[in-house]
Design a protein around this ligand. Structure first.
Ligand code: ATP
Ligand code: MG
Length: 388
């Protein structure tokens, strides 16, 4: 089985018996292998219905859903269960089963032998960062965040190429929610599953999604686009209101790169001991290193082979472009990142030396948090430096 599968909805319609209008009218969208697609939209817009159609907990009235190019309608539900992991917020874990019992649910359905299930449970506990002794506990003996982690482990148990997550972090307090989001993104960077993730929260959508599908009532797709595009070019008024783009874009035009929290990059030089470079990497916010010259100016992003000897070699996986400046206006910096189709770029100060890294994620964060003190627009006239 592949690690990740494509998923495609083709003109899917779902009418519930006796309902006055279809829950989903005519929904088409495609998710690439290894991508996180976030479904957002108001309550009743059909998000949960869409998920349940994908794993055949519900049958569509018409249209088709393809998993890796094959119609799910032609598949045995038991096979689908192995290929589609499902994690949900409330119903969650079986209260009378231990953590191990819960995580082993799908493998048991698939008749794995006991030993294999046990090995898999401990492997998954390790993966989600819970100690092995938690295997014997019951859900009631876990914190909300731990329960959520177990829910994700259970969904991953049979190593499915597609993961459906219906408001998985919805009931968690904001601090733990952020931690779980970050953990999941780190996990995803390793596992590269295809994920469909439902949330009410546009901030969460922007953070988690490679692409975001915004649904309106009746499962109508208002827009399907990467987060930055939703923010920059909302398709209609509904999307604009939903993402609050108007407000956010104004804010982008009012702030400079130096006004937001930049990521810390591991900057290394040719000839530097690899061990030292790796120590810098461990302290950085990014998992790749930036090669700089003697004046600390960015040269490019290092490839893994640059680190194979004892000393760092000048082997690049990509150039440093786009390089942005501390004094650039955020809107322009975002445009630079979008044009270069990259998630981040080095930031340099007046002398051209690296001062940090600007990422789409940091920009999204800036878009969705209220800055303490915005400069007035007049301070941003080109040629003048608002920061003094
Ligand atoms: N079993 C059902 N029978 C009849 N109608 C249903 C059923 N389940 C859902 N619906 C209706 O279908 C529509 C879509 O519901 P769905 O649960 O998919 O929305 P949702 O986007 O997940 O909402 P929420 O954000 O509140 O979870 C709603 O109008 C809902 O009332
Ligand atoms: Mg729902």
């Amino acid at each position: 089985m592949k690690t990740a599968a494509t998923l495609e909805f083709r003109h899917v319609r779902k009418e519930y018996d006796g309902a006055p209008a279809p829950a989903i009218t005519d929904l088409s969208f495609a998710v690439g292998a290894g991508e996180i697609c976030v479904l957002v939209g108001p309550s009743g817009s059909g998000k949960t219905t869409a998920m349940r159609l994908a794993n055949r907990m519900l049958e569509p009235t018409s249209g088709d859903i393809l998993l890796d190019g094959r119609s799910v309608m032609a598949r045995k539900p038991a096979d689908l269960r192995r290929e589609i992991g499902y994690a949900i917020q409330q119903i969650g874990l079986f209260p009378h089963q231990t953590v191990a019992g819960n995580i082993g649910t799908v493998p048991r359905l698939l008749h794995w032998d006991r030993r294999r299930i046990e090995d898999r449970v401990f492997e998954l506990l390790d993966l989600i960062g819970l100690p092995a002794e938690m295997a014997r506990r019951y859900p009631a003996q876990l914190s909300g965040g731990q329960r959520q982690r177990v829910g994700v482990a259970r969904a991953l148990a049979a190593d499915p190429p597609l993961l459906l997550m219906d408001e998985p972090f919805g009931a968690i307090d904001p601090i733990n929610r952020e931690r779980l989001q970050n953990e999941f993104l780190r996990l995803q960077a390793r596992l590269r599953k295809t994920v469909v993730f439902v949330t009410h929260d546009i901030d969460e959508a922007i953070k988690m999604g490679d692409r975001i599908a915004i649904l309106k009532e009746g499962g109508r797709l208002a827009q399907y686009a990467p987060p930055a595009e939703l923010l920059m070019e909302p398709a209609d008024r509904f999307v604009e209101d939903f993402v609050g783009a108007d407000r956010a874009l104004k804010r982008l035009a009012l702030q400079r790169v130096r006004d937001i929290d930049l990521w810390k990059a591991a900057t290394v030089r040719v000839g530097e001991p690899v061990e030292q470079a790796r120590a810098k990497l461990a302290a950085a916010d990014l998992d790749i290193m930036l090669l700089v010259d003697d004046a600390a100016r960015p040269v490019g992003w290092l490839s893994e082979t640059a680190l194979q000897g004892e000393r760092v070699r000048a082997e690049l996986r990509s150039s440093a472009e786009p390089v942005v400046e501390l004094d650039d206006i955020l809107r322009d910096a975002l445009a630079d990142l979008l044009m270069a189709e990259t998630q981040y770029g080095p930031v340099v100060d007046g002398s051209g030396a690296v001062a940090g890294v600007l990422s789409i994620e940091a920009l999204s964060h800036a878009l969705t948090t209220e800055p303490d003190d915005l400069p007035s627009p007049t301070e941003l006239i080109p040629g003048e430096d608002a920061a003094g």
